[in-house]
Design a protein around this ligand. Structure first.
Ligand SMILES: [Zn+2]
Ligand SMILES: [Zn+2]
Length: 239
């Protein structure tokens, strides 16, 4: 049994107790992988010439200050708080670090209520705070959120996480102009036969843009080999 994806509302989830389909889950993984790199690109706006933006900048650092950095960049990289609860729509730009820590906190807080350990025993110890093993940094929080993604998929709030991270990465990419590329695939879609299969950088699945059919890399490789075999066989009979 599977359920309807709460995010796209037209594909189904892999497991009945999940709320996100494989394609929407792909988005989350790809964004969490790309965020540290995007944040590093933003840092370059603030500190050109690879000079660290933080730390003890002396008077010499300020002497070479370029034009004032875009306020949106400073806000995205700055401190501040963020409330991930649905319904608190705020049109302002939320800081990256605040969005990630707020979500990690929210997920960690709900963790004991629903989680069972690998032996099937319900966990009762509280998990009130998230501790990223790579530090309280943007890469650290992205690694934490990626590690907890299988659990997060079982929370309806995954739809809000998808919206928040999607908004965040779009805001950042508007500033960095660094967008992922989509590569068309050679073989036609096995479901609808359209030549509309494509794979986007950072995404696991190949997807048909005509009918929405999805393939894992292994499934696509197998399918492409079959298409090639069939093509060569028909060439053989025609000759
Ligand atoms: Zn979906
Ligand atoms: Zn298709």
């Amino acid at each position: 049994m599977t359920a309807l994806c709460l995010i796209c509302r037209h594909r189904t989830t892999t497991h009945a107790d999940e709320y996100a389909c494989p394609i929407c889950t792909d988005d989350l993984r790809a964004w969490l992988t790309d965020l540290p790199r995007q944040a590093a690109l933003l840092q370059e706006f603030v500190a050109p010439g690879s000079r660290p933006a933080e730390g003890r900048l002396g008077g010499t650092g300020r002497a070479h200050s370029p034009a004032p950095a875009d306020l949106r960049v400073l806000t995205l990289l700055g401190p501040g708080r963020y409330d991930p609860h649905p319904g608190t729509d705020d049109d302002g730009t939320p800081p990256i670090h605040a969005v990630l820590t707020a979500w990690a906190g929210h997920i960690a807080y709900t963790y004991p209520a629903a989680h069972r350990d690998p032996y099937g025993t319900a966990r009762t110890e509280p998990c009130e705070q998230a501790w990223p093993s790579y530090g309280f940094t943007i890469p650290g929080w992205c690694a934490w959120l990626t590690a907890y993604l299988p659990y997060t998929l079982t929370l309806p709030a995954v739809a809000d996480l998808h919206r928040d991270l999607g908004d965040l990465i779009r805001r950042i990419r508007d500033l960095t102009h660094d967008h992922p590329h989509t590569h068309p695939m050679a073989a036609p879609c096995p479901a609808c036969q359209a030549f509309a299969l494509a794979r986007t950088d950072g995404h696991w699945h190949t997807r048909c843009h005509a009918c929405g059919h999805t393939l894992t890399p292994d499934q696509y490789a197998h399918h492409a080999a079959e298409v090639l075999d069939a093509h060569q066989a028909s060439d053989g009979t025609a000759a």
